[in-house]
Design a protein around this ligand. Structure first.
Ligand code: GLU
Length: 282
């Protein structure tokens, strides 16, 4: 059965861009007679706040959306994601990386072959790793693309692909070969903070039997890594529909960090959900 989801992170109030994304997914589910899932992606305790989650539910209800209950809140399922990390780790797919974000950025600046090399720093030499561990230094677990290729085998690696029914930022559409190497050896977990976004999102898309991932084109690149994780975990790859990002009157994308006008503000100014929906094409 067709199933899609809207998966916001409660790091701020929703703006029109979110409304467009949520309505796009919700309408697709209704048109297909399928399921619409709302998932709260709150695994990052430093950025997510319960009041933002409450605001999201309020805004979406005001917009006229409905969804399956209970709503999955990722922070309540951290052990699920830790189990995935453990499975990957036991298969030798991960390595500890003690480099900071700044180390990686500096290396990108210095890399003769560009970012691709710096994004795959590789494991530390064993003695160095032992010292850093003994010093109690923080580290991240990175997914080794070299190992992933070995584990999957050349043929399966070459066949990594997904169907794009929307369009990527470069107009990509149809059957697309996944290129996990563009993102490099991504971080799948941190020593203290547990599993990272890619793990939680692919785990839940599988668990919730999501058949169509409908989301903004800003997440198109993430799909390449997510398809690899699905292959490694034996999870089916859903169909993807990336949509364009809505821009404001100034031609710029809506984003939380720009203090874009929120749905709550629009509501307070007397906007009606009908007008807002119509303005967004719904
Ligand atoms: N939680 C992610 C975000 O708010 C979206 C994840 C997804 O749609 O796959 O950016």
């Amino acid at each position: 059965m067709f199933a899609t989801r809207f998966a916001p992170s409660p790091t701020g109030r929703l703006h029109k861009g979110h409304a467009f994304s949520a309505l796009t997914a919700w309408r697709a589910a209704r048109d297909a007679g399928g399921r619409f899932i709302l998932r709260i992606e709150d695994i990052d305790p430093t950025r997510c706040r319960p009041e933002f989650e409450a605001g999201i539910l309020e805004d979406l209800r005001w917009l006229g959306l409905d969804w399956e209950t209970p709503v999955r809140r990722q922070s309540e399922h951290l052990t699920d994601y830790a189990t995935v990390v453990d499975v990957l780790n036991r298969r030798g797919l991960l390595y500890r990386c003690f480099r900071t974000r700044k180390d990686i950025l500096d290396a990108i600046g210095d890399a003769p072959h560009g970012a691709a090399e710096a994004l795959r720093p590789g494991p530390h030499p064993a003695d160095e790793e032992a010292t850093l561990l003994a010093e109690g230094r923080p580290f991240a677990w990175r997914l080794s693309l070299d190992r992933a290729r070995e584990v999957l085998g050349g043929r399966a690696w070459g066949a990594l692909a997904f169907v794009e029914e929307g369009r990527g930022p470069g107009g990509e559409r149809g059957l697309i070969r996944a290129r996990p190497e563009t993102a490099g050896d991504v971080v799948v977990a941190r020593k203290d903070a547990g599993a990272a976004y890619h793990v939680a999102v692919t785990h839940d898309d599988d668990l919730q039997r999501v058949t169509h991932v409908i989301r903004g084109e800003d997440l198109f690149e993430a799909t390449h890594i997510q398809v690899l994780l699905q292959a490694l975990m034996g999870w089916p790859t859903p169909v993807y529909r990336h949509h364009r990002l809505l821009t404001g009157d100034d031609g710029r994308r809506f984003a939380k960090r720009d203090n874009s006008v929120t749905l709550a503000q629009l509501r307070a100014e007397g906007a009606s959900p009908e007008t807002l929906r119509a303005g967004l094409g719904f």
